[in-house]
Design a protein around this ligand. Structure first.
Ligand SMILES: [Zn+2]
Length: 324
């Protein structure tokens, strides 16, 4: 650099020059240290979150091989995550299709011990990824494992690491008056504990954030082992939706019923209060060995659910043509 060259060329002896260079380097080092000291925190949290993600994926792969799910490869899918659980497991989701409207949201493993649901959701994500032409004009959001803390243990639990049932923790209008009261009245079963306050759990906030961000028209949450389809949503189009479910029920030889909803449940929050078509698929068993069998059994109705054309803004959404 010319300026540097002039500064050191004539004015100083070699000794003075090296002393001066040491001072300049000293200043430089000091400024660098100061800069590092005041670097914004996210740089560090980004690194630790990447580390957490690696740990999460390896724990997940271990569990996947434990259950013998040899054809599930979560590492092959591009996941997004902005939140994590108490045990620092990232709350992952992925999106497919070019459409930004009419989204369908899939939610799996809200209860960590419903093992077969995890296979079904990862398999679905893989299937959609491998068949992009079928889904290019759709908006599909898949959150395959909402309760990783419950799932990634040697004895998986329904509740999360705080002992809360995520499907009783949504901030529904009846939460304050009924959630704890009903839980106490039913004998304080720890498997159904709704938490100390509505939306207290990261896993609940995660699902709320997905609903707010993608504004899905349809939600399919997968549970087990109650063995039926259950629907919550707008009553304005109840007849045609019931007819559609009746058809699905016949095609899959699977019962459907209106199971009702609870204070703090997703069906109550999304279906009842926000009028989103919220379907719950309760698989017959939580046993991980049935994952593949269930995927083949329910794949056609899942694809029909994705393709079910709805029209009109909330809360007046209607099925426009159930034959498509
Ligand atoms: Zn469940």
């Amino acid at each position: 650099m010319p300026v540097h060259h002039i500064a050191v060329s004539n004015k100083y002896t070699p000794n003075q020059r090296s002393k001066r260079q040491r001072i300049v380097w000293g200043h430089c080092l000091f400024s660098c240290l100061l800069f590092l000291l005041f670097l914004p925190a996210p740089v560090f949290s980004y690194d630790s979150s990447a580390n957490d993600f690696k740990k999460y994926m390896s724990a997940l792969e271990k569990q996947i091989s434990r259950y013998g799910w040899t054809d599930i490869k979560p590492g092959a899918i591009k996941w997004e995550y902005y939140r994590s659980t108490k045990n620092k497991n990232p709350l992952i989701f992925t999106t497919f299709g070019n459409n930004t409207g009419n989204c369908v949201l899939f939610i799996g493993c809200v209860h960590g011990d419903e093992l077969s649901t995890v296979y079904l959701m990862f398999k679905l994500a893989q299937y959609v990824k491998d068949n992009p032409a079928l889904f290019k004009d759709k908006c599909i959001v898949i959150a395959p494992l909402v309760n990783p803390d419950g799932f990634l243990t040697s004895s998986p639990t329904r509740v999360n690491a705080n002992g809360v049932d995520i499907n009783r923790n949504f901030p529904t209008k009846d939460w304050q008056t009924s959630a704890i009261r009903k839980w106490v009245a039913k004998g304080k079963n720890k498997r159904y504990y709704p938490g100390t306050k509505p939306a207290s759990e990261n896993e609940t906030q995660f699902q709320i954030a997905l609903i707010k961000r993608f504004k899905p028209q349809k939600i399919l949450s997968i549970h087990s082992p109650l063995n039926f389809f259950d629907y919550d949503g707008p009553s304005s189009d109840l007849n045609s939706f019931e007819q559609w479910l009746e058809k699905m029920s016949k095609e899959t030889n699977y019962l459907w019923k209106r199971f009702g909803y609870y204070p703090g449940s997703l069906g109550n929050y999304a279906g009842h209060e926000r009028k989103i078509f919220a379907l719950t698929l309760e698989m017959p068993s939580s046993d991980p060995k049935y994952g593949s069998e269930y995927f083949h059994k329910f794949q056609p109705s899942i694809l029909k659910f994705i393709n079910l054309p709805l029209d009109g803004g909330l809360p007046n959404v209607k099925i426009v043509n159930s034959e498509k």
